[in-house]
Design a protein around this ligand. Structure first.
Ligand code: ZN
Length: 358
C-alpha cells in the first residue's frame, strides 16, 4: 500500500463553530437514533436528521457548511516515520462535493449496506485499466441494435436502480441529454433521451420514473460536457447544487478519468474523461463485444439515438503515430452515454454507490 509507506496526509478542515481543524471521519456522523421502526431504519428520517458532529465542541455541522470548510482546509502529514519527501494522500467520501455524498445520504447508505457488507466488494480500481484489442475497431450496426431490450420502452424503468444518472452534451443549437438507471449488478439501462435548447433547460427536465417496486426515481447525479460552451456549463453545474459536474474530453494516453480545480469554482471539480479509453470501453467492450455488465437501450429507441453509436473507427494519428477514434458527426447521444459510465465510475470511487458484480 503506497499510502501507508508515505507520510499519510489527511485533509484537515475547520469546524464552522469553534475553528478546530479536524479530519472528517464516518464515526462523527450522527442521526436520530429514534428513527428506527422495529428492526428497520426510516431512511427519510435518518437523512433529514443526519449531520456531522465536531470532535471538539460537538457542534452540528451540516452539508451547507461543507463548501467553506473545504476551502479553509489543509493537508497535514500524520506519519513521522515516512521517508523524507514521500508524500501520500487520503480523502474519503465525506469530503466529496457530490450531493450523493451528503452526510444524510452516506448515513442512509451505511445503514443499507450494513447487512450486505460481507458480500459487497470494492471495485474502486477494477475499471482503471481497460485492455485494448486491435481486431475490433468500432461497434457494428448489428451489435448496436442488439442492445435494445424487448422488456422495456422509453420512459419505463425496468430495474430497481442503485442510482439514476442524467448526462448531457451541450452544443450550439441543441443540448443532447440521456437518463440511465444503474442496477445493483452494474448493468446500465438508458431510460430516456432528448434535446433541450438552452443549457439551463437541463436543470428543469424534471424526469421521474416508476421503478418496479412502485418507488419514484429521479436522476440524482450527472456530468455535462463543457467542451463547447464551458462558461454556460460551469454556471449550470454550480446552480445544480451538487447534482451536475462539468466534464471534458482528454487526449491523455493513460488514466480513464481525472479531475482538475476551476479557479472561479474552487469546490467544483472539472472532470477529464479519457476519450480513447472511454470510446473503447463503450463501442468495443460494451456494444460490439457485449461484455457484462450489459448496456441496455429501450426496445423503441429511435434511429436518431441508435445512429449516434455508429461509424466509430480507430485510426492511427499520422502525427503522433498513436491510435485514436476518427471524428464522427452526430454522436452526441453516444457521448452522453460515455459520460454516464465516467459518472458512475467516479461515484464508485468516492464511495457514493457500490455495484455487486458477479
Ligand atoms: Zn467545533
Amino acid at each position: 500500500m503506497a499510502f501507508l509507506a508515505g507520510d499519510q496526509r489527511y485533509y484537515f478542515v475547520p469546524c464552522p463553530h469553534c475553528g478546530e481543524k479536524q479530519r472528517l471521519e464516518f464515526s462523527q456522523i450522527k442521526w436520530d437514533q429514534e428513527a428506527k421502526v422495529g428492526n428497520k431504519w426510516d431512511e427519510d428520517r435518518v437523512k433529514a436528521s443526519a449531520h456531522y458532529e465536531c470532535c471538539k465542541c460537538h457542534g452540528a455541522i451540516t452539508d451547507g457548511h461543507k463548501t467553506s470548510m473545504l476551502r479553509g482546509g489543509e493537508w497535514r502529514p500524520t506519519n513521522p516515520a515516512a521517508a523524507t519527501g514521500r508524500r501520500s494522500y487520503h480523502l474519503n467520501s465525506l469530503y466529496a462535493p457530490w450531493r450523493s455524498c451528503s452526510f444524510g445520504e452516506l448515513a442512509a447508505k451505511f445503514l443499507r449496506d450494513k447487512g450486505a457488507r460481507d458480500t459487497l466488494q470494492d471495485f474502486q480500481n477494477s475499471t482503471m485499466a481497460i485492455p485494448w484489442e486491435e481486431e475490433a475497431s468500432g461497434a457494428s450496426e448489428e451489435a448496436i441494435l442488439a442492445c435494445r431490450n424487448p422488456d422495456y420502452r422509453i420512459g419505463q424503468c425496468p430495474v430497481e436502480p442503485v442510482i439514476v444518472t442524467l448526462c448531457a452534451d451541450v452544443g450550439q443549437s441543441a443540448s443532447h441529454w440521456s437518463a440511465m438507471a444503474w442496477a445493483l449488478g452494474g448493468e446500465g439501462f438508458v431510460l430516456d433521451y432528448g434535446t433541450v435548447t438552452a443549457p439551463e433547460d437541463i436543470l428543469h427536465l424534471r424526469l421521474v420514473f416508476d421503478a418496479p417496486s412502485g418507488r419514484k426515481v429521479a436522476p440524482m447525479q450527472g456530468l455535462i460536457d463543457s467542451g463547447f460552451n464551458a462558461t454556460a456549463v460551469y454556471r449550470v453545474c454550480a446552480l445544480s447544487d451538487g447534482v451536475f459536474f462539468p466534464a471534458k474530453g482528454s487526449k491523455a494516453t493513460s488514466g480513464t478519468i481525472g479531475a482538475s480545480i476551476l479557479k472561479d469554482y474552487p469546490t467544483m471539480p472539472l472532470y477529464t474523461v479519457n476519450e480513447f479509453f472511454s470510446k473503447v470501453a463503450l463501442y468495443i467492450d460494451k456494444i460490439e463485444k457485449r461484455k457484462a455488465p450489459f448496456l441496455h437501450f429501450p426496445a423503441d429507441a429511435g434511429d436518431d439515438f441508435l445512429n449516434s453509436f455508429a461509424g466509430q473507427k480507430i485510426i492511427t494519428n499520422r502525427k503522433t503515430g498513436k491510435p485514436e477514434f476518427r471524428l464522427v458527426a452526430g454522436d452526441h447521444y453516444a457521448d452522453t452515454v460515455r459520460l454516464h459510465y465516467a459518472c458512475v465510475q467516479e461515484l464508485r470511487k468516492v464511495g457514493a454507490i457500490e455495484f455487486l458484480e458477479k
